[in-house]
Design a protein around this ligand. Structure first.
Ligand code: ADP
Ligand code: MG
Length: 339
């Protein structure tokens, strides 16, 4: 067809903007689970229930006991670029919450059948907002929030086609829950799939949480690590060579509580393992780097899985030495590789 010679420039309709953003923020059910879990944690919840149906494609329902949203604020919670977490560039550069972009709920609502039910401590009863009409009605329930996301991508069939089998999508969702549960042993989580409780973790300490999520194999062959240098602190567990794997699927790295996949961090750990691990094996670890938020930019990618450090060289060195020291202690005792 011939290209029209003239087309007026028009602003995009609001809902279409959200659907476009949804392509980046919620590319599959597990991304919805991640966004909703992060919201629950940002709301101060210490008990979170995740219910999935058909791998999350049919339904994702997350209930938390956090501070909730006042009824008059519910429409704003679903509005694009509306957030309670930052108000200035200064806040953005020092952000301590997991969310700050104010677009997840709007994006999810634009590609699913969503309801958000919430109750604050002050409210006499819960209120529910419908994601498509934005009508708020009285509801019932305890303090906290329940987000119900049904029929993901029902109105964007092109995206829906990219979803894999229920089982595959479920696997991604469960991995997201594990990742977050690993980083927050102070929060109880439960996960059900198609009505069956798959996992349930009570409030505990990090050693026990990681043991129950990563299994006894890891729990019995790991070293605790906790080192600080100036504004940097690295803590968590590094697996001994006997806990290494043929695939790198037990590598969990968090920066200020956020799960990340970062080349600098992964490289530093890998380098630290070089002397104790053969090239084709992958170390297992759960490590958390805490640092002044001003030293790391988390606003690199909409899903925030990537970060950028202001001084990645010093971060690399710090991590390399901390992990190396921990491993050197054992190789001196149980592996006999020191001269
Ligand atoms: P962001 O998390 O980036 O602020 P969202 O679209 O995810 O953006 O959420 C918008 C706002 O809705 C949040 O800033 C928060 O105030 C509120 N909110 C979302 N989920 C919850 C929840 N589970 N409990 C309490 N408030 C919530
Ligand atoms: Mg959010």
């Amino acid at each position: 067809a011939p290209i029209p010679s003239f087309r007026a420039i028009l602003p995009l309709p609001d809902n279409l903007i959200s659907q476009i953003a949804a392509g980046e923020v919620v590319e599959r059910p597990s991304a919805v689970v991640k966004e909703l879990l992060e919201n629950a944690l940002d709301a101060g919840a210490n008990q979170i229930t995740v219910r999935l149906e058909q791998g999350g494609i049919k339904r994702i329902s997350i209930t938390d006991n956090g501070r909730g949203i006042a009824p008059e604020q519910l429409p704003l919670a679903l509005a694009r670029h509306a957030t309670s977490k930052i108000t200035s560039l200064y806040d953005l550069e020092n952000v301590a919450t997991l969310g700050f972009r104010g677009e997840a709920l709007a994006s999810i609502a634009s590609v699913s059948q969503m309801t958000f039910t919430s109750r604050t401590a002050e409210a006499p009863h819960a209120s529910e907002i419908d994601g498509s009409t934005l009508v708020v009605t009285p509801s019932s329930g305890a303090q906290g929030s329940t987000v119900n996301v049904q029929d993901l991508y029902f109105n964007t069939p092109a995206r829906r086609k990219f979803l894999k089998s229920d089982q595959t999508e479920y696997g991604h969702c469960a991995e997201v829950v594990r990742r977050i549960a690993l980083s927050r042993p102070d929060v109880a989580f439960s996960l059900t799939h198609n009505g069956k409780t798959v996992d349930h973790w009570m409030v505990t300490e990090s050693a026990k949480r990681s043991a129950s999520i990563l299994g006894t194999e890891f729990a019995e062959a790991r070293l605790a690590l906790d080192e600080s240098a100036g504004p940097l602190r690295l803590h968590g567990f590094v697996g001994l060579p006997t806990a290494s794997k043929a695939r790198g699927d037990a590598q969990y790295f968090y920066v200020n509580g956020r799960f990340v996949r970062d080349k600098v961090l992964m490289h530093a750990v890998r380098a630290a393992y070089q002397d104790v691990l053969h090239g084709d094996r992958f170390p297992s670890y759960v490590l958390a780097l805490d640092l002044d938020p001003a030293l790391v930019d988390v606003n690199v990618h909409p899903s925030k899985i990537e970060v950028r450090f202001r001084d990645s060289r010093s971060i690399h060195q710090f991590i390399y030495h901390a992990v190396n020291r921990a491993l050197a202690l054992t190789s001196a005792t149980s592996f006999g590789t020191t001269p």
